[in-house]
Design a protein around this ligand. Structure first.
Ligand SMILES: Cc1cc2nc3c(=O)[nH]c(=O)nc-3n(C[C@H](O)[C@H](O)[C@H](O)COP(=O)(O)O)c2cc1C
Length: 356
């Protein structure tokens, strides 16, 4: 019997050949200029050649002020960067997959900038990620963004989305997860603002929604616009939303109203249940599916075929995103189709950093 992950799916009028999507993964492999390279085009197209329906790119910085997270991270702020991406897009599309650009602002979690901005002047928890930069240790204390700087962020996301559409991407994903800027606004302990971007849940998700709205009203209707959310963060892996399902309901409805086509739920590193369930065991992706008309992507250890089957048939999600499992199996959909064993992920691939 065909595995449910191999059935096609229509996402905002675009037909995906199956349910398997490559999760965004930063590989910090540009030459420091933020311009995607030929090696990146080969890397991304290998997933398309292996049968994935879509590739979501690594987090890509959206402005040249405070957005960049890592030294060799790609950007989409100049025509040279856009041209680099154009070649990646062509390589992926020539192998039959869709490609979505993840738009990212680091906020207080930059391992590149010495002066950072965030929602509030609060030192980030824990220390920088090894492998992403020579800089290590504590993150700098950010300055709280003023309203002109917030407008600059919105403008950066908007311009980047338009450049992405012009470069041939099928859509963009707004990175509101994993502890980076938009998640810093969403999270209670990093956002102490007293303006319209702080306080209530509706206020904390406002920046994500304003960006979503601005992009939707500027791009063509078939261009996919998604939002990635998570509970855990790269500097606080086990964090769970304090209001659980109730928080989810507010965020999901606001994001739907803002015009997104999908919500992508990230679960960093310890499997679907670790990041996608609330403290009391309810499934946030399933809640998003039941409450809204949005398409839902779930993530976390879903390269294991029985896990993929469980979340897809269990009503948790429409699509699955594979991160480390895709690195170990760029041909995962083909393997599933042929009933071949799936390789476990070997973290040794990152021993020399996260370069491709
Ligand atoms: C090397 C690496 C880089 C990552 N970079 C990003 C990123 O740029 N944006 C993002 O949203 N998530 C990023 N993630 C998280 C993954 O998208 C995914 O949520 C995580 O690997 C868990 O999925 P998995 O169990 O399938 O690996 C990264 C993960 C890894 C391993």
């Amino acid at each position: 019997m065909t595995h449910i992950a191999l059935k096609d799916y229509t996402l905002n009028n675009q037909i995906l050949r199956n349910r398997a999507v490559v999760a965004p993964m930063s590989r910090v492999s540009t030459a420091g200029d933020g311009i995607p390279t030929k090696a990146m085009a080969d890397y991304y197209s290998s997933f398309a050649a292996g049968g994935f329906a879509a590739v979501i790119t690594e987090g890509t910085y959206t402005d040249r002020y405070y957005a960049q997270a890592y030294p060799n991270q790609p950007g989409i702020t100049t025509s040279q960067q856009q041209d680099g991406w154009r070649k990646v897009v062509q390589a992926v599309k020539s192998k039959g997959a869709k490609i979505i650009l993840q738009l990212m602002h680091a906020g207080a979690l930059s391992q590149h900038l010495s002066s950072t901005r965030g929602p509030s002047k609060i030192e980030p928890m824990r220390t920088m990620l090894p492998g992403y930069s020579r800089k290590q240790g504590r993150y700098p204390i950010p300055e709280a963004m003023n309203s002109a700087e917030i407008d600059q962020v919105i403008d950066g996301f908007l311009k980047s989305a338009l450049m992405a559409e012009e470069a041939g991407f099928d859509g963009v994903e707004i990175h509101s997860a994993n502890g980076y800027l938009l998640d810093q606004f969403i999270t209670d302990y990093t956002n102490m603002r007293e303006d319209q971007y702080g306080g209530s849940l509706e206020n904390r998700v406002r920046l994500t929604c304003e960006i979503t709205q601005k992009i939707r009203s500027a791009v063509s209707p078939d261009f996919i616009v998604g939002v990635r959310l998570s509970q855990g963060k790269v500097n606080d892996f086990d964090y769970l939303w304090s209001g659980g399902l109730e928080d989810g309901k507010v965020f999901f409805s606001a994001i739907e109203e803002a015009g997104a086509h999908y919500i992508h739920f990230a679960s960093e590193g310890k499997g679907f249940d670790h990041g996608c369930l609330t403290r009391t065991g309810e499934s946030l992706p399933r809640q998003a599916k039941e409450l809204t008309k949005l398409s839902v992507i779930a993530n976390g250890g879903l390269h294991i075929p029985s896990e993929a089957d469980r979340v897809l048939t269990g009503g948790h999600t429409d699509l699955i995103a594979l991160g480390t499992g895709a690195l170990a199996n760029p041909d995962w959909p083909e393997k599933i189709e042929k009933n071949l064993p799936v390789n476990p992920f070997d973290p040794a691939v990152f021993d020399n950093g996260v370069h491709i």
